[in-house]
Design a protein around this ligand. Sequence first.
Ligand code: BV8
Ligand code: ZN
Length: 292
Amino acid sequence: MTDVRLPDELRSQVRQALAEGRLLAFSGAGISAESGVPTFRGPEGMWKNRRPEDLATPEAFRRDPKAVWEWYSWRRRRVAMCEPNQAHLALARWALAGGLRVVTQNVDGLHDRALDLARLEDGDTDHGTSGAPGPASDTSGAPSRRPPRGHAEPVRLHGSLFRTRCTDCQVEEPYPIGRETGALPTCPTCHATLRPAVVWFGEALAASDLERSFEWASEARVTLSIGTSAVVFPASQIPFTTLAAGGTVIEINPAATPLTEHADFHVRASAAAAVPAVLGSRPSGVSGSDPA
Ligand code: BV8
Ligand code: ZN
């Protein structure tokens, strides 16, 4: 495990927050970079030669739904070939043990797949999984404190690449890889065109997701801001909500961001290396083979 030198005071705050279930993990595209998912901004960013306004807005979809679907189909196929990394898995194990909650800006579904893998490790197969392959389940017993159902699920502030929403009747459904035909997908109920179930620029986030996320951020003893450029509003206000409520913010990012000067500590390292090191070894009761 990478040696991350957190000051002793912060390390004990992280331990205390995990023991009380009051650690919030807030993630952006950078947490998935080591899984091979391109980030949005920065030198290798997906948007370096595209403007978000050209593709991730309702106007773009109205103007040219085919071009927008081609971009999302390319991203879906790209993400489907990626696996959760040690950062996703460390968060999933602690979420399953009730130590933390996850709020993500990402639409790649890797937090969900990591949770499937952690449940398989934990021998808990009654939640249903996304079919993610995982190590042989080890039934050495459930974690000491299994949180209430749904507690471990991430809040997906910006939606999912693997769900569609009808542009007319608004029905939202899973849209697994392999269902694409090349033609614009249509609603099985009203036959209108389907769109990706993501939040585009200029669209409001789900009020319930926002409310829950900001509530957790104000209750958090510690918020980890992991792999986000901290520029997209309103999600970017989550770590500031923890600070305003007197909590501690630790940023994990190889680069500085607008959050850095306000955070209590900046771990200048990659997520896959730093997140397991900051959280410490997995909770008792959840065991299984180490991630690949
Ligand atoms: C809304 C889904 C109101 C789609 C996304 C002017 C000023 C301020 C705000 C605005 C403004 N003009 C407009 C706005 C509002 C706008 C906004 O914030 N714009 C920004 C760009 C200025 N926000 C909105 O429009 C939001 N809606 O405000 O609605 C409203 C209210 C009522 C009624 C109607 C409307 C909606 C925002 C949601 C947009 N959708 N995604 C899709 O994915 O296709 S946002 C998109 O950006 C992704 O979700 C992404 O996650 C998110 C944030 O980016 P990051 O995750 O931070 O990724 P990024 O690449 O930027 O950074 C990666 C970081 O990782 C870097 O720092 C890098 O250093 C680091 N990194 C790299 N490798 C690693 C690493 N870290 C760790 N480990 C590594 N290995
Ligand atoms: Zn419909």
